[in-house]
Ligand binder design. Structure first.
Ligand SMILES: NC(=O)c1ccc[n+]([C@@H]2O[C@H](COP(=O)([O-])OP(=O)(O)OC[C@H]3O[C@@H](n4cnc5c(N)ncnc54)[C@H](O)[C@@H]3O)[C@@H](O)[C@H]2O)c1
Length: 327
């Protein structure tokens, strides 16, 4: 029996990964403290014999935590990401993302792992040329991105020091069902799905011509799984859809009108992953086009009823932090 542990398992991507691993026949230890996720995302497995739920803060892990013994794979997805909140309150991002990653790495050393898989982020690139390659320079715009970059470096460092096979996936804009953020406004997709569920206009920053690389959640969970098996030790791979679409186009797919908010200057205009390295090394392909991914999400629009609402006035006040540093 293959034994995998997933940190951040109750979150958006973590719960899709657990679905994937259980279907692949793994025994799965799902670890989370519900800081932003919820065990409701994994209710479908609660009585499954190969599923075990562990309510645990990664910051309180000890090196000899028994859940990290006799594992084949550790998928480390627990973390916090919010560019704007991290400008106001950087420490919590470094504590969770960097110190938390080191806690997980230390606990993972108890097992003779086949692979330690880290969920890194496109935010480590900052404003990059597009499509962005893994070899392009990293220059995060906010403490949130910097903490993900430092966590990725820690993963590779531990890998070299302790002969731990590692791989890091630099995930672009993941979206789909369960993309609900409770702590922060979250991604544009999660924000918009709640606004749509409330029958409101979608708040769009600037003229709608900012473009992002939206990659569907099951393509990401499949990427994490394939990276575990096929990923080359010590490598970072971009995970995107291979395409970048303007936010105005996403609003059209969501069949919604928009309300403009002040432009966030110094944000990247276009985010777009070059995914050829991952395609070549691991034979991974994104399979869900944005039109289908949006349609699948709209099918479960009522799930966003439970998400917190960020309306124009709350967002104006939230974004003011950005204008304090980038004006
Ligand atoms: N969603 C994206 O577009 C995207 C893009 C790039 C990178 N990532 C990375 O992928 C990972 C998962 O992202 P997500 O979108 O599913 O976010 P998420 O917030 O839904 O999931 C993260 C999970 O980590 C848990 N967590 C946070 N702090 C913890 C702690 N101290 N101890 C235990 N658990 C803790 C949260 O409760 C949550 O369930 C994150 O590391 C994120 O940085 C996501």
């Amino acid at each position: 029996m293959i034994r995998s542990l997933v940190t951040g398992a109750a979150g958006f991507l973590g719960s899709h990964l657990v679905d994937h691993l259980i279907k692949e026949g793994h025994e799965v230890i799902a670890l989370d403290n519900e800081a932003n996720g919820t065990w409701e995302n994994l209710a479908q497995w609660s009585n499954h014999p190969r599923f075990k739920k562990v309510h645990q803060d990664i910051l309180e892990l000890s090196c000899d935590d028994p859940h990290f013994q006799n594992l084949d794979y550790v998928f480390h997805l627990a973390g916090l990401e919010c560019p704007i909140s991290s400008i106001k309150n950087p420490e919590v991002f470094f504590t969770t993302n960097v110190n938390g990653t080191i806690k997980v790495l230390q606990a993972a050393r108890q097992s003779d792992l086949k692979k330690f898989i880290f969920a890194s982020s496109s935010s480590i690139y900052g404003i990059a040329s597009t499509p962005t390659l893994e070899t392009d320079s990293t220059h995060p715009l906010t403490p949130s991105g910097l903490s993900k970059l430092q966590a990725e470096e820690a993963v590779f460092h531990w890998g070299e020091l302790f002969s731990l096979p590692t791989v890091s996936l630099r995930i672009f804009n993941a979206y789909g069902p369960r993309n609900i953020s409770r702590l922060f406004p979250g991604s544009v997709f999660s924000l918009w799905m709640k606004q749509k569920a409330e029958g409101m206009n979608l708040t769009i920053v600037g003229n709608g011509q900012h473009a992002r690389d939206f990659v569907y959640c099951t393509d990401v969970s499949n990427a994490l799984y394939i990276a575990a098996i096929e990923g080359n030790d010590g490598e970072a791979y971009n995970v995107g859809s291979g395409r970048s679409i303007e936010l105005s186009e996403l609003a059209t797919l969501l069949k919604s009108k928009t309300t403009s908010l002040k432009d966030l200057k110094d944000e990247p205009i276009k985010v777009w992953a070059d995914i050829s390295k991952f395609q070549f090394d691991c034979n991974w392909q994104p399979r869900v086009p944005i039109e289908s991914g949006v349609a699948f999400s709209l099918d479960v629009l009522e799930d966003w009823n439970k998400a917190p609402l960020w309306d124009t006035s709350k967002l104006d006040s939230f974004f003011s932090t950005w204008f304090e540093v980038y004006s």
